[in-house]
Design a protein around this ligand. Structure first.
Ligand code: NAD
Length: 358
């Protein structure tokens, strides 16, 4: 059956970068036999302007019916003073929650051509290729009870609850093991099992789940050490799997190892590999509408969609090779530009990727 992609450009540079990613999908359809249908819908600030909601029912209905979602970014100065319930970001969080996208995949890849963009020495990060698998719908960000209460002595006390059930741990573990099987077959599970009972269970369940994946090598690391190792010797990792909060922090740290926010894609998957694919950056209102944003993170998000939802790994590889090729040609958008390279616009970069794919 033909697969459906819902395209959600969102706000700010979302419009410009998604247009380039759509060119890539058009090329795969026209020249390489990709059998998909694309529909477009509004989300975020543009949706609010249109209907008063950052996640209109019509968008949610289309999102439910789609196999995969391609999102640009949401947010911008214009909507900052709105009530929190209708801010653009609610559109994104609403999609994640409504579609039960519990597995967040954040690769941190450093293209050797961009090694100078990192704040770390190039020999530490050149060729870096880590996949962080973060649990996205559970843990301390969602656990009950939570709140701020007043104690008998009149002092205020804030509290949150870290809670994971066995099935939640097992399903994110399975995602990590399956991904590792398509990579270097190593999973490092990150926890704080020496202090937190909840993550003691996390470690126990990961170890049990590993038995169903005998070809994968599982190791465990405490989160404080993992943070240290990520900046000391990041290339030791293949796949890292961790809780919502630890993953939030570690994935940003890993992303910055590469020094180029405009290069990194992400995926959020449900239990049936339906996914929402988006660059890790935001809507960059400071450069919106100028045709200078880097579209490569969004284009690489399409590659992830082909790999994880559409099961077209050869097409994913074609995109990744094309991105490598444009970097080899020394084409650079402003954010990754350096001396000796040619500065190109958003649309020129998209065209160059399409040309390299062909
Ligand atoms: P941002 O990621 O939008 O921008 C940070 C900096 O990186 C800016 O200087 C921007 O110009 C630059 N940048 C980002 N993407 C780029 C690209 N593709 N090419 C070149 N330069 C790029 O983060 P911010 O400024 O903190 O947030 C701006 C808005 O985006 C806010 O409203 C925020 O809430 C929203 N946001 C949305 C998402 C999302 O939709 N997933 C994620 C983060 C932030």
């Amino acid at each position: 059956m033909v697969k459906k992609i819902l395209v959600l450009p969102g706000d700010g540079i979302g419009q410009e970068i998604v247009a380039e990613a759509v060119k890539v999908i058009d090329c795969l359809q026209a020249d390489f036999g990709l059998d998909v249908e694309m529909e477009h819908a509004l989300v975020g600030g543009t949706a609010y302007d249109d209907s008063g909601s950052p996640l209109p029912q019509s968008t949610l209905d289309l999102a439910r019916a789609a196999d995969a979602l391609l999102l640009g970014a949401v947010g911008g100065y214009k909507w900052e003073s709105l009530d929190i319930a209708v801010r653009p970001e609610k559109g994104l969080l609403g999609l994640r929650a409504e579609l039960e996208l519990f597995a967040n995949l954040r690769p941190a890849i450093l293209y050797p051509q961009l090694a100078d963009a990192s704040t770390l020495r190039s020999e530490v990060v050149s060729g870096l290729d880590i996949m962080i698998v973060r649990e996205l719908t559970g843990g301390i960000y969602f656990g009950q009870p939570r709140g701020v209460r007043t104690l008998d002595n009149g002092e205020k006390q804030g509290y949150n609850t870290l809670v994971y059930s066995e099935s939640e741990i097992r399903r994110i573990g399975k995602v990590a093991f399956d991904i590792a099987a398509k990579r270097d077959s190593r999973v490092c599970s990150v926890d704080k099992a020496n202090v937190l009972e909840c993550t003691e269970l996390w470690r126990e369940v990961m170890t049990e789940e590993a038995k169903a994946h005998p070809d994968i090598e599982l190791s465990h690391m405490y989160v404080d050490n993992a943070a240290m190792q990520l900046v000391r010797a990041p290339k030791q990792f293949d796949v890292m799997v961790t809780t919502n909060m630890f993953g939030d922090i570690l994935s940003d740290c890993a992303a910055m190892l590469t020094g180029s926010i405009g290069m990194l894609p992400s995926a959020s998957l449900d239990a049936n590999s339906k996914g929402m694919y988006e660059p890790i950056h935001g809507s960059a209102p400071d450069i919106a509408g100028q045709n200078i944003a880097n579209p490569l993170a969004t284009i690489l998000s399409v590659a992830m969609m082909l790999r994880y939802t559409l099961d077209e790994p050869a097409m994913a590889e074609r995109i990744e090779k094309a991105v490598n090729s444009v970097l080899d040609q020394k084409l650079r958008t402003a954010d990754i530009h350096s001396e000796g390279c040619r500065k190109v616009s958003t649309s020129e970069m998209g065209d160059a990727v399409v040309a390299a794919m062909r």
